[in-house]
Design a binder for this molecule. Structure first.
Ligand SMILES: [Zn+2]
Length: 163
């Protein structure tokens, strides 16, 4: 995956982006309906900080619109392994050298019916720990980008079934 390019979140980009993403429930993948690049990622034209216009990855725009910081050299990765997906809850900002979660998550299956299959075993135990510590389902679901029902399901399970 190519590293992130600094683009400007102007009104034109916001509008074109929202017209091209099919927004479904928090658990579902939100497909980008515009053009896809050769790797299957959604792409959209944007103005860079340098003033040039270029095509940037739609899922990177999704994370920027979600208000998350995209530091130099970061990569925006899919927890769902679904390249055109622009659901910010399925996206996380990784760092090529330090993100060990990639290794855990790369084992997740593509096209699986389980919407929470991308949640790693390590995430599941953090979720349970947070819940035991008294965090609300809502707060946990927001920090892991999954539905409250998923959090509740994880807390009620002893061990996540293999995907
Ligand atoms: Zn997705």
């Amino acid at each position: 995956m190519k590293p992130f390019l600094k683009f400007i979140l102007d009104d034109s980009l916001r509008r074109r982006f929202s017209e091209k993403v099919r927004t479904l429930t928090a658990d579902d993948c939100w497909p980008f309906t515009g053009s896809l690049d050769k790797d299957g990622y959604g792409q959209i034209s944007a103005r860079l900080l340098t003033g040039k216009r270029t095509m940037v990855k739609a899922h990177q725009v999704a994370v920027a619109l979600d208000g998350r910081d995209l530091p130099e050299g970061c990569e925006v990765c899919h927890k769902c392994n679904n390249e055109p997906c622009c659901n910010p809850g399925h996206l996380y900002v990784g760092n090529r050298t330090t993100n060990s979660l990639d290794v855990v998550r790369s084992g997740s299956l593509r096209g699986t019916k389980n919407p929470a299959s991308w949640i790693s075993e390590a995430d599941c135990s953090s979720i349970r720990t947070m819940r035991i510590a008294g965090e609300s389902l809502k707060r946990i679901s927001l920090s892991f980008g999954c539905a409250e029902s998923t959090v509740s399901r994880i807390c009620n399970m002893k061990r996540r079934a293999a995907a």
